[in-house]
Design a protein around this ligand. Structure first.
Ligand code: F6R
Length: 614
């Protein structure tokens, strides 16, 4: 999704901004651009369709002088991806240049009013309307630029993160945000601006997160200042962010996705470290323990999430219901936020998000907060909007996830949910000591089991070659592994562009079984859980209709191996942790099929890593 980088200091802005744009590439985009204010105050704007490398070529021989600038990667929302719709957008006079993430919902009304006042527009974007609105307000009222930005933003309905520079002033960048991430990195006599702190981490560890409806004024030689849309001086809260650059690089792997799949033994370890006592198996999760009364008295837990995080939430729902005996609903955040849902004050809403910036999940959080529910976040990105908007939470600590298809975040989310269920279940007395021990030991053993399961990598690569031809896939699973089947299908769709559907294995015969033939491979999760025999029967049903079966089975399985075409073995783990292990071969299968099909695995078409628009 769209990305913003900005810089004001004494370094060469162009090269720093381009590097920042490269770091944002993983988020998905279709065009890129840059605005630089030269030392003499000349405003140079360059932009073009396609990759950041196209922009770099385009800049060759151009005036890219200056130590102040803003840059952008665009993921089209209003208007096709082309050179004109790319950001930055200039105001009509050419004096202001603006980059914008998000959507201005009332842009049509604003555009009509500006057109009546004599403005004309080059692009189809909502962003060009905003820069002209700012110009109109400044010129018509004679106020200064910060005030014009404030007054303009008060008229705007929607979500935005913006940065603005102007002709004649290489000493100031104005930025603002509402429901779209924006952070300011503080250096020595220099400012960095970015929609994703990880992209500027090589320059500083000191960050200020711009608050919702706040304007930040970055001025050379002056302290950072923020002002709210109500014109009140903001409070500057500097936070430390520790990340290493190596976490943002491929480390010898051909793709981030493969690196992140292989990182999982370590990321699971990072996720449980300090939370499970190696000797006693006792689990502690501060965010839950600190709010135990709320969890013990919760009328209901509602998970809200999107995509892969929603799949993890389905598993979380099974865990909480089974181990804590608390009723659970699992909601798509996008539906929940617009459905006028019944939310009780003694409900707990759990928002699950890798990026912590997903617009729909953030809106669901804000709705739940307004309704008075206690809101708990399960996020990966430290300091992200959802992490900050929730009452409490637990980070999954799997490090930056760069590949667009989520892998290590999914296994981290399920791991945190299992720990949550154990902590609550123990205090509620709903989980037996025996189950508690089995599951907490199972969690401790996960990193080693992960290493074991990754050994199937080559076998899966071979299997992927056989199935690269397929146009459709079905994924089946039961119980905890029904969401895993959905997740496996989503992975394949996202990066290979092969149509794939996930179903509860038993639901198959209520319709989808009509699709089965020799051209439609079925991936069945058939680990030895309490519905194992039923799943075996489902495999028989597919086989007798000529279907081809890839089964994920436990080591030593001899039943399924006799009837499936291909079996992938995984080590045994407690049933409720099975999705964490089973998802790995499914990630690898999707990965290798996509590679054999020549797809852009890390940046699949049309997708964005962090979906900051609705
Ligand atoms: C799929 C994927 C997406 C995200 C979804 C929510 O591989 O990555 O489906 O899971 O966009 O994103 P977060 O978890 O950042 O809220």
């Amino acid at each position: 999704m769209c990305g913003i980088v900005g810089y004001l200091g004494s370094r060469d802005a162009a090269s720093l901004l381009l590097k920042g744009l490269h770091r944002l590439e993983y988020r998905g985009y279709d065009s890129a651009g840059i605005a630089l204010v030269s030392p003499a105050g000349k405003l140079n704007v360059y932009k073009c369709c396609g990759k950041v490398s196209n922009l770099e070529e385009f800049l060759d021989g151009k005036d890219i002088s200056g130590t102040t600038g803003i840059a952008h990667t665009r993921w089209a929302t209003h208007g096709v991806p082309d050179n004109t719709n790319a950001h930055p957008h200039l105001s009509q006079s050419g004096r202001l240049a603006l980059v914008h993430n998000g959507i201005i919902e009332n842009y049509r009304i604003l555009k009509d009013a500006l057109t009546e006042s004599g403005f004309s527009f080059k692009s189809d974007t909502d962003s060009e309307v905003l820069v002209n609105l700012i110009e109109y307000i400044r010129d018509s009222s004679g106020c200064d630029l910060t005030e014009a930005v404030r007054l303009a933003l008060r008229k705007v309905i929607g979500a935005y993160a913006i940065a603005l520079v102007e002709t004649g002033n290489p000493d100031r960048i104005i930025a603002a945000r509402k429901s779209s991430p924006l952070v300011i990195g503080l250096g020595k006599d220099e400012y960095f601006l970015c929609s994703d702190a990880a992209s500027i981490i090589e320059y500083t560890n000191d960050f200020v997160y711009v608050n919702d409806e706040e304007i930040a004024i970055l001025e050379r030689g002056k302290q950072l200042r923020t002002v709210t849309l109500d014109n009140e001086e903001g409070h500057i809260d500097i936070r430390k962010l520790e990340l290493s650059i190596s976490q943002l690089e491929k480390g010898g792997y051909p793709h981030f996705m493969l690196k992140e799949i292989h990182e999982q033994p370590r990321t699971i370890n990072d996720c449980i470290r300090g939370r499970i006592n190696q000797a006693t198996g006792e689990v502690s999760l501060t965010g839950v323990l600190d709010n135990m009364d709320r969890f013990l008295n919760a009328r209901r837990i509602i998970f809200v999430a999107c995509g892969t995080s929603w799949h993890a939430s389905l598993i979380g729902g099974y865990l909480i219901e089974s181990l804590c005996r608390i009723p659970v609903d699992v909601e798509y955040a996008s539906e929940f936020r617009y459905r006028n849902p019944v939310i009780y004050k003694d409900d707990i809403v759990v928002a699950v998000s890798q990026s912590g910036e997903t617009a729909d999940t953030l809106a669901a959080v804000s709705l739940a907060c307004k309704a008075g529910a206690f809101v708990f976040g399960i996020c990966n990105a430290v300091g992200s909007s959802i992490a900050r908007a929730t009452d409490s939470g637990a980070y999954i600590h799997v490090g930056p996830e760069i590949g667009v298809a989520s892998t290590k975040a999914f296994t981290g989310q399920v791991t945190v949910m299992a720990m949550m269920a154990l902590v609550i279940g123990r205090r509620k007395g709903t989980v037996s000591n025996e189950d508690y021990d089995i599951i907490s030991r199972g969690l401790l053993e996960l990193p080693e089991k992960m290493k074991e399961v990754l050994k199937v990598s080559e076998r899966i690569a071979d299997l992927a070659k056989i199935f690269t031809y397929a146009h459709n896939f079905i994924y089946l699973g039961r119980g905890y592994n029904y969401p895993t089947a959905l997740e496996g299908a989503l992975k394949l769709k996202e990066i290979s562009y092969i149509h794939a559907e996930g179903y509860p294995a038993a639901e198959m015969k209520h319709g989808a079984i009509a699709l089965i033939d020799a051209e439609m491979p079925t991936v069945v999760i058939a680990t030895r859980d309490h519905t194992y025999d039923k799943t075996v029967s489902n495999i028989e049903e597919i086989r007798s209709r000529g279907g081809r079966i890839i089964a994920i089975v436990e080591q030593g399985d001899d039943k399924v191996s006799r009837i499936a075409d291909h079996c992938i073995e995984v080590p045994p783990v407690p049933e409720c942790l099975s999705p964490i292990i089973v998802s790995v071969p499914l990630q690898l299968l999707a990965y290798y099929i996509a590679v054999y099909k020549g797809r852009d695995v890390d940046q699949p078409r049309n997708l964005a890593k962090s979906v900051t628009v609705e």
